[in-house]
Design a binder for this molecule. Structure first.
Ligand code: ADA
Length: 713
């Protein structure tokens, strides 16, 4: 018999000489990792617990630690039992006798353990479950890479409606009884089963799961669920599930939450999955590391197709090669049986801070080969940064490609996303391409009648995503698209958009309490089961425009708008419904679609509500520039950098201005200057948007405009 016991209680936690009692899951960065300043505690802390004789009830007793970020050293009565490098995968070690168990957890800088440079907080701690597994002398393998001891490979023949299920086991006995779908076979290690009239794991429609069980004569048994499905990737038709088109449209998720850090409970995971189901996504990218087994289980149960990855991110470390391979080995070993997983992600934006050189290529080839060796049934992918040239040799390594693009947020205009994919697809029609990240930050406190990037307004986030939704719908060849991110998350180094330490690209706030308006755009496009209607701008109460836009998101095809009980209009369409409404005083607004209702109150005010404006300086630039008379026969800040650059008189003026700005920004600017992709992209931007993004003040923008207006085109 096998006994698995949680030992989350009774721990003593010591940080900098101070000891306190804690219950796992626990992180020491729950608060300082989320409050900005990039100053959260990164050090070595110690967790201790007595292991009592009665807790070691097996002939062999194994400790399982599901997550210790990022390096753990495990001691029993001060003797080192094991060291584990990698903060997001599980590991096990045998506990030979009772005693004092101590786990030293280390989240200091390292030149060999990933991640070290990334836009999220590296919370230190024993932040997942810790267990004791007691087994007889004859038992399934436990130690190697945290293996479940059983591996199930279902291969489906769709025409015959048949699955061939190969079950492999690792154990130290002679024979094993393996049972699948009511049939038991006694074998040494491996058995093959045929399931006729197979019930498919069919995504969100019907995520049917089978169970495979293996038992040894000693009584030790393991049991896993598996699903029978066919995933295909077509460069023209995109993703296919079980032989039919099934575009993967969804979101990314980080594993942290306001006030808790990464120390989540099962209820937190389940609540996140409920939100994924509510928005109607059929895929999730579990970024940027191995997530809790509980979450992959939830994806299996809910039919959510998963992109799983390791934290090989931003910067290639010459000493980190072994760590990328061991993290991938653990990811695949521990997650192989999850039917929801479609791809293994090799790296994320790895060329953001590293050159594409032989060391980088070799590390990716080694990872790619490892994935194929451990799992010939799945594809590999990478999430590439927008600056990576599309003819880069690194794109030839993974089976399918993907890009993270933020045109229309950090740099460039929304339409450049469309152009990027059109160019890529025209040049490489035989390559599978996806859109692994896109998003725009929004703080639900900020609002705007004329949404612009950089405002952090909910309204700009909506416009951004409306564009991306249209862009995606027009390009069915995109195998997967993932919004960055479903939830705001901690990046302690950030300080922007009115919050410290948060990346606010979430469609839902960090505490999961507020669904931003953009959430409902995707819900309208993706959720086919729960009819709803949503009024945008319910937090944008005080408006000073004479006539305002009322926007409604709904998955119904007809929406009616009422103001103060009077019908304003009825519109047919999909997802987005726009109405104009003259504002006089305070108005009760109601949207109706079938039996669904949503209401809000808005009111006319004399002057803009300052509390809605994040960047007051940039807002005044916008106002000035909207009102100014600009002579189109002459150059102005409305022209693109590319157009101005080509003119013999205007060109040198902007070049000199750009060079001055660059010298103030140091090494980042060098990367921009030498990067042809960035240069091309900047060439397509208007001078005013470039200047605003670089933080130029109103006066200097006006000055440049006056100079340019003096030069005829
Ligand atoms: C990168 C990175 C993400 C994310 C994003 C952002 O693309 O892959 O981790 O943080 O930037 O929001 O800037």
């Amino acid at each position: 018999m096998r006994k698995t016991m949680l030992i989350n209680d009774g721990w003593r936690f010591t940080k900098e000489g101070q000891t306190q009692a804690v219950t796992l899951p626990h992180t020491w960065n729950a608060l300082d990792g989320q409050d900005g300043g990039n100053d959260y505690y990164r050090g070595v802390c110690r967790y201790e617990r007595e292991i009592r004789p009665e807790e070691l009830s097996g002939e062999v007793n194994v400790l399982e630690i599901d997550g210790a970020n990022h390096t753990a050293r495990v001691y029993l009565d001060d003797a080192l039992l094991t060291t584990h490098e990698g903060g997001y995968s599980a590991f096990r070690v045998e506990i030979p006798r009772p005693g004092t168990l101590a786990v030293e957890v280390d989240n200091r800088d390292s030149d060999r353990v990933y991640p070290q440079k990334a836009d999220f907080t590296f919370y230190g701690g024993l932040y997942r479950d810790v267990k004791l597994i007691s087994v007889p002398r004859e038992h399934f393998e436990l130690l190697k890479d945290g293996t479940p001891g059983i591996q199930v490979t279902p291969l489906v023949d769709l025409e015959k409606k048949q699955a061939t299920v190969t079950v492999r086991t690792w154990h130290n006995g002679e024979t094993v009884d393996i049972t699948v779908h009511g049939e038991t076979k006694t074998v040494q290690r491996e058995a093959v089963f045929t399931i006729e009239n197979v019930h498919l794991w069919d995504g969100t429609n019907d995520p049917y799961l089978y169970t495979a069980t293996a038992q040894l004569p000693s009584g030790d048994a393991v049991s896993v669920r598996f699903g029978c499905r066919v995933f295909e990737f077509d460069p023209q038709k995109g993703f296919r599930l079980n032989g039919r088109s099934y575009p993967l449209r969804g979101v990314s998720r980080h594993q942290d939450k306001k006030g808790k850090g990464n120390a989540l409970l099962y209820a937190d995971h389940a609540a996140d999955m409920d939100i994924i189901r509510e928005i109607g996504a059929n895929t999730v990218r579990l970024a940027h590391y191995q997530h809790a087994q509980a979450f992959y289980d939830l994806c299996d149960e809910n039919g959510i197709v998963v992109w799983a990855e390791i934290p090989y991110i931003t910067l290639h470390m010459p000493n980190g090669r072994g760590n990328t391979l061991s993290q991938m080995q653990e990811l695949i070993t521990q997650c192989y049986n999850h039917p929801s997983i479609a791809v293994w992600g090799l790296s994320n934006e790895i060329t953001a801070a590293s050159a594409v050189n032989e060391a980088l290529l070799e590390n990716h080839r080694a990872l790619n080969d490892l994935c194929h060796r451990l799992d010939p049934t799945r594809k590999t992918t990478m999430a590439n940064v927008f600056m990576l040239e599309i003819d880069s040799p690194i794109l030839q390594i993974p089976d399918v490609n993907s890009y993270n693009l933020y045109y229309g947020w950090y740099l460039g205009e929304l339409e450049q996303t469309d152009e990027f994919f059109d160019e890529y697809h025209a040049k490489y029609p035989d390559r599978v391409i996806g859109f692994s990240e896109y998003g725009a930050d929004a703080n639900p406190a900020f609002h705007s009648a004329h949404p612009e990037k950089g405002e952090y307004s909910e309204e700009y986030q909506c416009l951004y995503h409306e564009h991306m939704l249209r862009m995606i719908e027009a390009r069915p060849y995109l195998w997967a698209t993932h919004v960055w991110n479903l939830f705001d998350f901690a990046a302690d180094g950030r300080d922007e958009g009115g919050k410290h330490g948060e990346n606010q690209k979430g469609l839902v706030t960090f505490d999961r309490q507020t669904r931003k308006d953009a959430f409902y755009l995707y819900k309208a496009a993706w959720n086919r089961t729960e009819p709803f209607v949503h009024l945008c701008g319910s937090r944008y109460v005080n408006r000073c425009e004479e006539e305002t836009e009322i926007k409604v998101y709904s998955n119904r095809s007809e929406v009616s708008l009422y103001a103060d009980g009077v019908l304003i209009g009825t519109q047919s369409g999909t997802a987005v419904f726009r109405f104009r409404l003259p504002l006089t005083g305070e108005h009760q607004i109601e949207a109706r679609a079938g039996a669904c209702r949503d209401t809000m109150v808005i009111r006319r005010v004399a002057a803009p509500d300052e509390s809605y404006i994040f960047n007051k300086a940039a807002a005044s630039v916008t106002n000035w520039f909207d009102a100014e008379e600009i002579d189109p026969a002459c150059f102005s800040i409305l022209d693109t950098l590319g157009e101005i650059r080509q003119h013999p008189q205007a060109g040198p003026i902007v070049e000199a201005m750009m060079a001055k700005g660059a010298s103030e920004r140091g090494d980042v600017a060098d990367a921009v200057k030498d990067n042809p992709v960035l240069q091309r992209m900047m060439g397509r931007m208007t001078m005013v948007s470039l200047l605003k993004q670089s933080g130029a003040d109103e006066q200097s923008i006006q000055r440049l405009n006056r100079i340019l207006q003096g030069i005829r085109k």
